[in-house]
Write a protein that binds this ligand. Structure first.
Ligand code: FAD
Length: 487
Protein backbone atom coordinates (compact mmCIF):
# COMPACT_ATOMS: atom_id res chain seq x y z
CA UNK A 1 0.00 0.00 0.00
CA UNK A 2 1.32 3.42 -0.97
CA UNK A 3 2.02 5.95 1.81
CA UNK A 4 -0.16 8.76 0.54
CA UNK A 5 0.89 11.32 3.13
CA UNK A 6 4.50 11.50 1.93
CA UNK A 7 4.25 10.48 -1.68
CA UNK A 8 4.26 12.71 -4.76
CA UNK A 9 1.21 13.05 -6.98
CA UNK A 10 0.99 12.56 -10.72
CA UNK A 11 -0.51 15.25 -12.89
CA UNK A 12 -1.47 13.37 -16.02
CA UNK A 13 -1.72 15.85 -18.89
CA UNK A 14 -3.83 14.80 -21.85
CA UNK A 15 -5.80 17.32 -23.84
CA UNK A 16 -5.33 20.07 -21.27
CA UNK A 17 -1.88 21.24 -22.30
CA UNK A 18 -1.90 24.43 -20.25
CA UNK A 19 -0.91 25.68 -16.83
CA UNK A 20 -3.53 28.40 -16.36
CA UNK A 21 -7.11 27.46 -15.65
CA UNK A 22 -6.23 23.84 -15.23
CA UNK A 23 -8.29 22.36 -12.40
CA UNK A 24 -6.35 19.08 -12.20
CA UNK A 25 -3.13 21.05 -11.91
CA UNK A 26 -4.66 23.34 -9.28
CA UNK A 27 -5.79 20.36 -7.23
CA UNK A 28 -2.47 18.56 -7.60
CA UNK A 29 -0.53 21.61 -6.43
CA UNK A 30 -2.98 22.19 -3.58
CA UNK A 31 -1.95 18.85 -2.06
CA UNK A 32 1.37 20.49 -1.21
CA UNK A 33 3.24 17.41 -2.37
CA UNK A 34 5.73 17.13 -5.22
CA UNK A 35 3.90 17.06 -8.55
CA UNK A 36 5.01 14.86 -11.43
CA UNK A 37 3.79 16.40 -14.70
CA UNK A 38 3.33 13.51 -17.08
CA UNK A 39 2.28 13.04 -20.68
CA UNK A 40 1.75 9.53 -22.06
CA UNK A 41 1.64 8.92 -25.78
CA UNK A 42 -0.87 6.09 -25.81
CA UNK A 43 -1.28 5.46 -29.52
CA UNK A 44 -4.07 2.95 -29.27
CA UNK A 45 -5.80 3.46 -25.94
CA UNK A 46 -7.75 6.57 -26.88
CA UNK A 47 -9.43 5.13 -29.94
CA UNK A 48 -8.23 6.35 -33.30
CA UNK A 49 -4.56 6.90 -33.94
CA UNK A 50 -3.77 10.60 -34.24
CA UNK A 51 -3.73 12.06 -37.74
CA UNK A 52 -0.60 13.57 -39.26
CA UNK A 53 -1.45 17.23 -38.71
CA UNK A 54 -2.57 16.51 -35.13
CA UNK A 55 0.75 14.84 -34.42
CA UNK A 56 2.52 17.93 -35.74
CA UNK A 57 0.52 20.15 -33.41
CA UNK A 58 1.01 17.84 -30.45
CA UNK A 59 4.77 17.82 -30.98
CA UNK A 60 4.96 21.62 -30.74
CA UNK A 61 2.45 21.87 -27.96
CA UNK A 62 4.28 19.37 -25.72
CA UNK A 63 7.54 21.21 -26.31
CA UNK A 64 5.83 24.48 -25.34
CA UNK A 65 4.37 22.91 -22.20
CA UNK A 66 7.77 21.55 -21.24
CA UNK A 67 9.32 25.01 -21.70
CA UNK A 68 6.58 26.57 -19.57
CA UNK A 69 7.14 23.99 -16.85
CA UNK A 70 10.91 24.45 -16.95
CA UNK A 71 10.37 28.19 -16.57
CA UNK A 72 8.82 27.31 -13.22
CA UNK A 73 11.43 24.85 -12.12
CA UNK A 74 9.59 21.78 -13.38
CA UNK A 75 9.66 19.68 -16.52
CA UNK A 76 7.39 17.36 -18.45
CA UNK A 77 7.95 13.64 -18.05
CA UNK A 78 7.23 11.84 -21.32
CA UNK A 79 6.32 8.19 -21.54
CA UNK A 80 4.96 6.13 -24.41
CA UNK A 81 2.84 3.01 -24.27
CA UNK A 82 -0.50 1.79 -22.94
CA UNK A 83 -1.51 4.38 -20.35
CA UNK A 84 -2.30 1.99 -17.53
CA UNK A 85 1.05 0.21 -17.78
CA UNK A 86 2.96 3.49 -17.96
CA UNK A 87 1.11 4.84 -14.93
CA UNK A 88 1.88 1.68 -13.01
CA UNK A 89 5.59 1.95 -13.85
CA UNK A 90 5.68 5.54 -12.70
CA UNK A 91 3.77 4.78 -9.53
CA UNK A 92 6.18 1.95 -8.76
CA UNK A 93 9.16 4.25 -9.40
CA UNK A 94 7.94 7.17 -7.35
CA UNK A 95 5.44 5.84 -4.85
CA UNK A 96 2.88 8.35 -6.15
CA UNK A 97 -0.39 8.01 -4.30
CA UNK A 98 -2.76 10.01 -6.47
CA UNK A 99 -3.27 10.72 -10.16
CA UNK A 100 -4.90 14.03 -11.06
CA UNK A 101 -6.35 14.40 -14.54
CA UNK A 102 -8.82 16.36 -16.60
CA UNK A 103 -11.33 14.03 -18.15
CA UNK A 104 -11.60 13.07 -21.78
CA UNK A 105 -15.17 12.46 -22.84
CA UNK A 106 -14.71 10.55 -26.10
CA UNK A 107 -16.12 7.07 -25.54
CA UNK A 108 -12.90 5.03 -25.90
CA UNK A 109 -10.79 7.35 -23.80
CA UNK A 110 -13.55 7.68 -21.22
CA UNK A 111 -13.87 3.90 -20.90
CA UNK A 112 -10.10 3.44 -20.73
CA UNK A 113 -9.82 6.06 -17.98
CA UNK A 114 -12.61 4.44 -15.99
CA UNK A 115 -10.81 1.09 -16.23
CA UNK A 116 -7.55 2.67 -15.12
CA UNK A 117 -9.20 4.43 -12.19
CA UNK A 118 -10.79 1.15 -11.13
CA UNK A 119 -7.58 -0.84 -11.46
CA UNK A 120 -5.43 1.69 -9.58
CA UNK A 121 -8.01 2.07 -6.85
CA UNK A 122 -7.59 -1.60 -6.11
CA UNK A 123 -3.97 -0.82 -5.31
CA UNK A 124 -4.70 2.17 -3.15
CA UNK A 125 -3.95 4.82 -5.78
CA UNK A 126 -6.70 7.33 -6.29
CA UNK A 127 -7.51 8.91 -9.66
CA UNK A 128 -9.10 12.32 -9.34
CA UNK A 129 -10.87 13.68 -12.44
CA UNK A 130 -12.00 17.19 -13.42
CA UNK A 131 -13.64 18.81 -16.40
CA UNK A 132 -11.35 21.27 -18.14
CA UNK A 133 -12.18 20.75 -21.79
CA UNK A 134 -15.87 21.56 -21.99
CA UNK A 135 -18.17 24.24 -20.64
CA UNK A 136 -20.25 21.52 -19.09
CA UNK A 137 -19.64 17.84 -18.62
CA UNK A 138 -21.68 15.55 -20.91
CA UNK A 139 -24.63 14.08 -19.10
CA UNK A 140 -25.38 17.34 -17.30
CA UNK A 141 -27.33 18.86 -20.19
CA UNK A 142 -30.41 16.74 -20.73
CA UNK A 143 -33.95 17.49 -21.84
CA UNK A 144 -37.07 17.32 -19.69
CA UNK A 145 -37.25 13.55 -20.19
CA UNK A 146 -33.68 13.13 -19.02
CA UNK A 147 -32.45 12.36 -22.55
CA UNK A 148 -29.72 13.98 -24.64
CA UNK A 149 -30.77 16.84 -26.89
CA UNK A 150 -30.67 16.09 -30.60
CA UNK A 151 -31.30 19.63 -31.78
CA UNK A 152 -28.76 22.41 -31.33
CA UNK A 153 -30.87 25.42 -30.33
CA UNK A 154 -32.59 23.87 -27.29
CA UNK A 155 -29.30 22.20 -26.36
CA UNK A 156 -27.49 25.52 -26.44
CA UNK A 157 -30.19 27.22 -24.39
CA UNK A 158 -30.03 24.47 -21.79
CA UNK A 159 -26.24 24.53 -21.86
CA UNK A 160 -26.15 28.24 -21.09
CA UNK A 161 -28.66 27.75 -18.29
CA UNK A 162 -26.76 24.82 -16.79
CA UNK A 163 -23.06 25.49 -17.28
CA UNK A 164 -21.31 27.39 -14.52
CA UNK A 165 -17.86 28.86 -14.97
CA UNK A 166 -15.44 27.30 -12.51
CA UNK A 167 -13.21 29.46 -10.33
CA UNK A 168 -10.23 30.15 -12.57
CA UNK A 169 -7.01 28.68 -11.24
CA UNK A 170 -3.70 30.43 -11.73
CA UNK A 171 -0.56 28.67 -12.91
CA UNK A 172 1.66 27.92 -9.92
CA UNK A 173 4.83 30.01 -9.75
CA UNK A 174 7.04 26.99 -9.20
CA UNK A 175 7.02 23.22 -9.29
CA UNK A 176 8.90 20.64 -7.31
CA UNK A 177 9.42 17.68 -9.62
CA UNK A 178 11.45 14.68 -8.43
CA UNK A 179 14.84 15.08 -10.14
CA UNK A 180 15.80 11.52 -10.93
CA UNK A 181 12.84 10.60 -13.14
CA UNK A 182 13.52 9.33 -16.63
CA UNK A 183 11.69 10.88 -19.53
CA UNK A 184 11.60 9.88 -23.17
CA UNK A 185 12.92 12.34 -25.76
CA UNK A 186 10.17 13.89 -27.82
CA UNK A 187 12.44 13.74 -30.89
CA UNK A 188 12.16 9.96 -30.72
CA UNK A 189 8.40 10.07 -31.03
CA UNK A 190 8.53 11.16 -34.69
CA UNK A 191 5.45 13.30 -34.30
CA UNK A 192 6.73 15.79 -36.85
CA UNK A 193 5.92 14.47 -40.34
CA UNK A 194 8.86 13.24 -42.38
CA UNK A 195 7.66 11.13 -45.30
CA UNK A 196 6.84 13.59 -46.70
CA UNK A 197 7.26 16.58 -44.40
CA UNK A 198 4.24 18.50 -45.62
CA UNK A 199 4.19 20.80 -42.58
CA UNK A 200 6.28 23.70 -43.88
CA UNK A 201 3.24 25.93 -44.36
CA UNK A 202 1.23 24.84 -41.32
CA UNK A 203 -0.29 27.77 -39.49
CA UNK A 204 -0.84 28.40 -35.79
CA UNK A 205 1.41 28.68 -32.80
CA UNK A 206 0.84 25.53 -30.72
CA UNK A 207 1.04 26.01 -26.98
CA UNK A 208 -0.59 28.03 -24.24
CA UNK A 209 1.10 31.32 -25.15
CA UNK A 210 -0.05 30.94 -28.76
CA UNK A 211 -3.58 30.21 -27.58
CA UNK A 212 -3.72 33.29 -25.38
CA UNK A 213 -2.28 35.47 -28.14
CA UNK A 214 -4.86 34.15 -30.62
CA UNK A 215 -7.73 34.87 -28.23
CA UNK A 216 -6.49 38.37 -27.41
CA UNK A 217 -5.98 39.22 -31.07
CA UNK A 218 -9.40 37.90 -31.98
CA UNK A 219 -11.29 39.69 -29.23
CA UNK A 220 -9.47 42.98 -29.79
CA UNK A 221 -9.38 43.02 -33.58
CA UNK A 222 -11.96 40.64 -35.03
CA UNK A 223 -14.84 39.99 -32.70
CA UNK A 224 -16.59 43.26 -33.52
CA UNK A 225 -17.33 42.02 -37.04
CA UNK A 226 -17.47 38.29 -36.31
CA UNK A 227 -21.14 37.59 -37.04
CA UNK A 228 -20.96 39.20 -40.46
CA UNK A 229 -17.48 38.25 -41.58
CA UNK A 230 -17.07 34.74 -40.19
CA UNK A 231 -18.41 33.26 -43.43
CA UNK A 232 -15.84 35.06 -45.57
CA UNK A 233 -12.82 32.93 -46.39
CA UNK A 234 -11.21 35.97 -48.01
CA UNK A 235 -11.12 37.74 -44.64
CA UNK A 236 -9.29 36.84 -41.50
CA UNK A 237 -12.35 37.11 -39.33
CA UNK A 238 -12.47 34.11 -37.01
CA UNK A 239 -10.62 33.21 -33.84
CA UNK A 240 -8.41 30.35 -35.11
CA UNK A 241 -8.78 28.84 -31.69
CA UNK A 242 -10.00 25.40 -32.71
CA UNK A 243 -6.71 23.49 -32.42
CA UNK A 244 -5.85 25.37 -29.23
CA UNK A 245 -9.22 24.38 -27.80
CA UNK A 246 -8.87 20.82 -28.98
CA UNK A 247 -5.53 20.39 -27.22
CA UNK A 248 -6.75 22.27 -24.19
CA UNK A 249 -4.15 25.01 -24.47
CA UNK A 250 -6.88 27.38 -23.43
CA UNK A 251 -10.14 26.63 -21.69
CA UNK A 252 -13.46 27.15 -23.44
CA UNK A 253 -14.53 29.16 -20.42
CA UNK A 254 -11.61 31.54 -20.93
CA UNK A 255 -12.70 32.04 -24.54
CA UNK A 256 -16.34 32.59 -23.60
CA UNK A 257 -15.63 34.87 -20.67
CA UNK A 258 -13.15 37.01 -22.59
CA UNK A 259 -15.67 37.53 -25.38
CA UNK A 260 -18.43 38.31 -22.91
CA UNK A 261 -16.21 40.74 -21.01
CA UNK A 262 -15.57 42.62 -24.25
CA UNK A 263 -19.33 42.90 -24.73
CA UNK A 264 -19.87 44.03 -21.13
CA UNK A 265 -17.19 46.70 -21.51
CA UNK A 266 -18.94 47.92 -24.65
CA UNK A 267 -15.99 47.32 -26.95
CA UNK A 268 -18.05 44.90 -29.04
CA UNK A 269 -21.79 44.42 -29.52
CA UNK A 270 -23.22 41.64 -27.40
CA UNK A 271 -24.66 40.01 -30.55
CA UNK A 272 -21.10 39.42 -31.76
CA UNK A 273 -20.06 37.82 -28.49
CA UNK A 274 -23.23 35.72 -28.47
CA UNK A 275 -22.50 34.45 -31.97
CA UNK A 276 -19.01 33.43 -30.93
CA UNK A 277 -20.36 31.71 -27.81
CA UNK A 278 -22.85 29.87 -30.02
CA UNK A 279 -19.99 28.49 -32.12
CA UNK A 280 -18.30 27.28 -28.97
CA UNK A 281 -21.75 25.83 -28.27
CA UNK A 282 -21.52 23.77 -31.48
CA UNK A 283 -18.25 22.36 -30.23
CA UNK A 284 -20.00 21.49 -27.02
CA UNK A 285 -23.01 20.00 -28.83
CA UNK A 286 -20.66 17.78 -30.85
CA UNK A 287 -18.83 16.54 -27.76
CA UNK A 288 -22.04 15.82 -25.87
CA UNK A 289 -23.53 14.00 -28.88
CA UNK A 290 -20.46 11.81 -29.27
CA UNK A 291 -20.48 11.00 -25.60
CA UNK A 292 -24.09 9.86 -25.76
CA UNK A 293 -23.93 8.32 -29.25
CA UNK A 294 -20.48 6.73 -29.51
CA UNK A 295 -21.09 5.48 -33.06
CA UNK A 296 -21.21 9.04 -34.46
CA UNK A 297 -17.85 8.78 -36.34
CA UNK A 298 -18.70 5.36 -37.75
CA UNK A 299 -22.29 5.34 -38.83
CA UNK A 300 -25.16 7.61 -39.71
CA UNK A 301 -26.88 9.17 -36.74
CA UNK A 302 -30.12 8.80 -38.72
CA UNK A 303 -29.74 5.13 -39.56
CA UNK A 304 -31.66 5.25 -42.85
CA UNK A 305 -28.81 7.29 -44.38
CA UNK A 306 -26.47 4.34 -44.15
CA UNK A 307 -28.37 2.86 -47.11
CA UNK A 308 -27.20 5.72 -49.35
CA UNK A 309 -25.93 4.25 -52.65
CA UNK A 310 -22.40 5.68 -52.36
CA UNK A 311 -20.13 5.55 -55.38
CA UNK A 312 -16.70 4.03 -55.36
CA UNK A 313 -14.67 6.47 -57.45
CA UNK A 314 -10.97 6.55 -56.49
CA UNK A 315 -10.08 9.02 -59.25
CA UNK A 316 -12.70 11.53 -58.12
CA UNK A 317 -11.68 11.06 -54.49
CA UNK A 318 -8.05 11.68 -55.41
CA UNK A 319 -8.99 14.82 -57.37
CA UNK A 320 -10.96 16.09 -54.38
CA UNK A 321 -8.09 15.47 -51.98
CA UNK A 322 -5.59 17.13 -54.28
CA UNK A 323 -7.75 20.18 -55.01
CA UNK A 324 -8.15 19.38 -58.70
CA UNK A 325 -11.91 19.11 -59.16
CA UNK A 326 -12.19 22.06 -61.52
CA UNK A 327 -14.36 23.96 -59.03
CA UNK A 328 -12.11 26.76 -57.78
CA UNK A 329 -13.64 27.22 -54.32
CA UNK A 330 -13.47 23.48 -53.62
CA UNK A 331 -9.92 23.28 -54.91
CA UNK A 332 -8.83 26.34 -52.95
CA UNK A 333 -10.16 24.82 -49.74
CA UNK A 334 -8.53 21.44 -50.26
CA UNK A 335 -5.22 23.07 -51.08
CA UNK A 336 -5.46 25.35 -48.06
CA UNK A 337 -6.06 22.27 -45.93
CA UNK A 338 -3.04 20.39 -47.26
CA UNK A 339 -0.75 23.42 -47.11
CA UNK A 340 -1.74 24.87 -43.75
CA UNK A 341 -3.41 22.13 -41.72
CA UNK A 342 -6.64 24.06 -41.55
CA UNK A 343 -9.52 25.30 -43.71
CA UNK A 344 -12.09 28.03 -43.35
CA UNK A 345 -15.39 26.79 -41.92
CA UNK A 346 -17.56 27.94 -44.83
CA UNK A 347 -15.24 26.21 -47.27
CA UNK A 348 -15.22 23.05 -45.14
CA UNK A 349 -18.97 22.93 -45.66
CA UNK A 350 -18.64 23.45 -49.40
CA UNK A 351 -15.92 20.82 -49.94
CA UNK A 352 -17.74 18.34 -47.73
CA UNK A 353 -20.97 18.88 -49.61
CA UNK A 354 -19.12 18.49 -52.90
CA UNK A 355 -17.67 15.14 -51.89
CA UNK A 356 -20.91 13.80 -50.52
CA UNK A 357 -23.40 15.17 -53.01
CA UNK A 358 -21.60 16.10 -56.22
CA UNK A 359 -19.38 13.03 -56.13
CA UNK A 360 -21.73 10.82 -54.09
CA UNK A 361 -18.76 9.53 -52.11
CA UNK A 362 -19.31 8.31 -48.57
CA UNK A 363 -18.85 11.08 -45.99
CA UNK A 364 -16.55 8.76 -44.00
CA UNK A 365 -13.91 9.11 -46.73
CA UNK A 366 -13.92 12.85 -46.22
CA UNK A 367 -14.04 12.59 -42.47
CA UNK A 368 -10.96 10.35 -42.55
CA UNK A 369 -9.07 12.74 -44.83
CA UNK A 370 -9.89 15.67 -42.55
CA UNK A 371 -8.85 13.58 -39.56
CA UNK A 372 -5.41 13.15 -41.07
CA UNK A 373 -4.90 16.64 -42.43
CA UNK A 374 -6.58 19.03 -39.97
CA UNK A 375 -4.50 20.27 -37.08
CA UNK A 376 -7.76 20.83 -35.19
CA UNK A 377 -9.03 17.31 -36.00
CA UNK A 378 -11.51 16.48 -33.29
CA UNK A 379 -13.41 13.22 -33.23
CA UNK A 380 -16.66 14.80 -32.09
CA UNK A 381 -16.62 18.03 -34.11
CA UNK A 382 -15.38 16.34 -37.25
CA UNK A 383 -17.96 13.56 -37.20
CA UNK A 384 -20.78 15.86 -36.18
CA UNK A 385 -20.02 18.34 -38.96
CA UNK A 386 -19.56 15.71 -41.65
CA UNK A 387 -22.88 14.19 -40.67
CA UNK A 388 -24.42 17.67 -40.60
CA UNK A 389 -23.41 18.19 -44.22
CA UNK A 390 -24.43 14.64 -45.17
CA UNK A 391 -27.88 15.25 -43.75
CA UNK A 392 -27.55 12.17 -41.59
CA UNK A 393 -26.64 13.84 -38.30
CA UNK A 394 -28.46 15.27 -35.33
CA UNK A 395 -29.94 18.65 -36.27
CA UNK A 396 -28.36 18.22 -39.69
CA UNK A 397 -28.76 20.29 -42.78
CA UNK A 398 -31.32 18.46 -44.95
CA UNK A 399 -29.65 16.25 -47.54
CA UNK A 400 -31.48 17.95 -50.40
CA UNK A 401 -29.84 21.27 -49.58
CA UNK A 402 -26.96 21.02 -52.03
CA UNK A 403 -24.33 23.73 -51.95
CA UNK A 404 -23.60 25.18 -55.34
CA UNK A 405 -19.82 25.74 -55.22
CA UNK A 406 -20.00 28.54 -57.79
CA UNK A 407 -22.76 30.42 -56.01
CA UNK A 408 -21.01 29.92 -52.67
CA UNK A 409 -17.82 31.36 -54.15
CA UNK A 410 -19.57 34.36 -55.62
CA UNK A 411 -21.32 35.05 -52.34
CA UNK A 412 -18.52 34.52 -49.84
CA UNK A 413 -15.43 35.27 -51.93
CA UNK A 414 -16.89 37.91 -54.25
CA UNK A 415 -13.60 39.24 -55.62
CA UNK A 416 -12.09 35.77 -55.73
CA UNK A 417 -9.23 36.75 -53.41
CA UNK A 418 -9.31 33.46 -51.54
CA UNK A 419 -9.45 31.42 -54.73
CA UNK A 420 -6.67 33.43 -56.39
CA UNK A 421 -4.42 32.80 -53.42
CA UNK A 422 -4.83 29.03 -53.46
CA UNK A 423 -5.44 28.45 -57.16
CA UNK A 424 -2.94 30.87 -58.67
CA UNK A 425 -3.03 29.24 -62.09
CA UNK A 426 -6.40 30.92 -62.74
CA UNK A 427 -5.52 34.05 -60.77
CA UNK A 428 -5.55 36.39 -63.75
CA UNK A 429 -9.12 35.61 -64.72
CA UNK A 430 -11.53 38.52 -64.19
CA UNK A 431 -13.79 38.34 -61.11
CA UNK A 432 -16.86 37.32 -63.08
CA UNK A 433 -15.33 33.98 -64.12
CA UNK A 434 -13.02 33.28 -61.24
CA UNK A 435 -15.46 30.82 -59.65
CA UNK A 436 -16.47 29.17 -62.93
CA UNK A 437 -13.56 29.31 -65.38
CA UNK A 438 -15.24 26.94 -67.83
CA UNK A 439 -17.89 29.60 -68.50
CA UNK A 440 -15.30 32.18 -69.55
CA UNK A 441 -15.00 32.93 -73.28
CA UNK A 442 -11.86 31.53 -74.83
CA UNK A 443 -10.46 35.04 -75.32
CA UNK A 444 -10.72 35.73 -71.57
CA UNK A 445 -9.05 32.41 -70.81
CA UNK A 446 -6.28 33.14 -73.29
CA UNK A 447 -5.74 36.65 -71.85
CA UNK A 448 -5.45 35.10 -68.37
CA UNK A 449 -3.05 32.45 -69.64
CA UNK A 450 -5.38 29.60 -68.72
CA UNK A 451 -5.65 26.47 -70.88
CA UNK A 452 -8.52 24.55 -69.34
CA UNK A 453 -7.77 20.88 -69.03
CA UNK A 454 -4.04 21.62 -68.97
CA UNK A 455 -3.26 24.46 -66.54
CA UNK A 456 -6.41 23.88 -64.56
CA UNK A 457 -8.92 21.00 -64.79
CA UNK A 458 -12.32 21.20 -66.35
CA UNK A 459 -15.05 20.39 -63.77
CA UNK A 460 -14.90 16.68 -62.98
CA UNK A 461 -18.67 16.67 -62.69
CA UNK A 462 -21.43 18.93 -63.96
CA UNK A 463 -23.23 20.72 -61.14
CA UNK A 464 -26.78 20.28 -62.47
CA UNK A 465 -26.28 16.61 -63.33
CA UNK A 466 -24.59 15.89 -60.05
CA UNK A 467 -27.40 17.58 -58.19
CA UNK A 468 -29.99 15.42 -59.93
CA UNK A 469 -27.95 12.31 -59.22
CA UNK A 470 -27.69 13.23 -55.54
CA UNK A 471 -31.42 13.85 -55.28
CA UNK A 472 -32.06 10.57 -57.07
CA UNK A 473 -29.87 8.78 -54.53
CA UNK A 474 -31.85 10.38 -51.74
CA UNK A 475 -35.07 9.02 -53.22
CA UNK A 476 -33.76 5.49 -52.84
CA UNK A 477 -33.81 5.95 -49.09
CA UNK A 478 -36.90 5.38 -47.03
CA UNK A 479 -36.90 8.93 -45.69
CA UNK A 480 -37.52 11.05 -48.78
CA UNK A 481 -37.52 14.77 -48.27
CA UNK A 482 -38.79 17.69 -50.28
CA UNK A 483 -36.20 19.30 -52.61
CA UNK A 484 -35.62 23.00 -52.16
CA UNK A 485 -33.42 25.56 -53.87
CA UNK A 486 -29.66 25.51 -53.65
CA UNK A 487 -28.09 27.83 -51.13
P1 FAD B 1 -14.41 30.31 -34.92
O1 FAD B 1 -15.41 30.73 -35.94
O2 FAD B 1 -13.58 31.37 -34.34
O3 FAD B 1 -15.21 29.53 -33.80
C1 FAD B 1 -14.80 29.49 -32.44
C2 FAD B 1 -14.71 28.06 -31.98
O4 FAD B 1 -15.99 27.45 -32.00
C3 FAD B 1 -13.84 27.19 -32.87
O5 FAD B 1 -12.48 27.34 -32.54
C4 FAD B 1 -14.38 25.81 -32.58
O6 FAD B 1 -13.85 25.28 -31.38
C5 FAD B 1 -15.86 26.08 -32.36
N1 FAD B 1 -16.62 25.86 -33.59
C6 FAD B 1 -16.88 26.75 -34.58
N2 FAD B 1 -17.67 26.19 -35.52
C7 FAD B 1 -17.89 24.92 -35.12
C8 FAD B 1 -18.63 23.84 -35.67
N3 FAD B 1 -19.31 23.94 -36.83
N4 FAD B 1 -18.63 22.67 -35.01
C9 FAD B 1 -17.95 22.51 -33.84
N5 FAD B 1 -17.26 23.51 -33.26
C10 FAD B 1 -17.23 24.70 -33.91
N6 FAD B 1 -13.85 21.89 -35.93
C11 FAD B 1 -12.92 21.32 -35.14
O7 FAD B 1 -12.54 21.92 -34.12
N7 FAD B 1 -12.40 20.09 -35.44
C12 FAD B 1 -12.78 19.39 -36.54
O8 FAD B 1 -12.29 18.28 -36.76
C13 FAD B 1 -13.74 19.98 -37.40
N8 FAD B 1 -14.13 19.35 -38.54
C14 FAD B 1 -15.07 19.94 -39.35
C15 FAD B 1 -15.51 19.26 -40.49
C16 FAD B 1 -16.44 19.85 -41.34
C17 FAD B 1 -16.92 19.10 -42.57
C18 FAD B 1 -16.95 21.11 -41.04
C19 FAD B 1 -17.98 21.75 -41.93
C20 FAD B 1 -16.55 21.79 -39.90
C21 FAD B 1 -15.61 21.22 -39.04
N9 FAD B 1 -15.18 21.87 -37.87
C22 FAD B 1 -14.27 21.27 -37.05
C23 FAD B 1 -15.84 23.11 -37.41
C24 FAD B 1 -15.24 24.42 -37.86
O9 FAD B 1 -14.99 24.43 -39.23
C25 FAD B 1 -13.95 24.80 -37.13
O10 FAD B 1 -14.12 24.65 -35.73
C26 FAD B 1 -13.58 26.25 -37.41
O11 FAD B 1 -13.42 26.46 -38.78
C27 FAD B 1 -12.30 26.60 -36.69
O12 FAD B 1 -11.92 27.92 -36.97
P2 FAD B 1 -11.96 29.03 -35.83
O13 FAD B 1 -11.32 28.51 -34.59
O14 FAD B 1 -11.39 30.27 -36.41
O15 FAD B 1 -13.52 29.17 -35.58
Amino acid sequence: MVDKAASPVILWFRRDLRLDDNPALGAAVATGRPVIPLYILDETGEGRRLGGASRWWLDKSLRALDRDLRGRGGRLILRRGPAEAELRYLIAETGAGQVFMNRLFEPDAFARDADIAHALKGEGVECVGFNATLLCRPGAVLNGSGLPYKVFTPFHKALLATARAPQPTVAPASFIVPQDLASEEIEHWSLHPTRPDWSAGFVGAPGEAGAKAALTHFVEKRLNAYALDRDRPDRSATSRLSAHLHWGEISPWRAVNTARAAATSGSVASAEADKFVAEIGWREFSAHLLHHFPYLPERAFKAEYDAMPWRDDPAALAAWRAGRTGYPLVDAGMRQLWATGTMHNRVRMVVASFLIKHLLIDWREGEAWFWDTLSDADLASNAQNWQWVAGSGADASPYFRIFNPVAQGEKFDPQGRYVRHWVPEIGRLPDRWIHAPWTAPSSALADAGVRLGRDYPRPIVDHAEARERALGALKTLKAVSRPEDDE
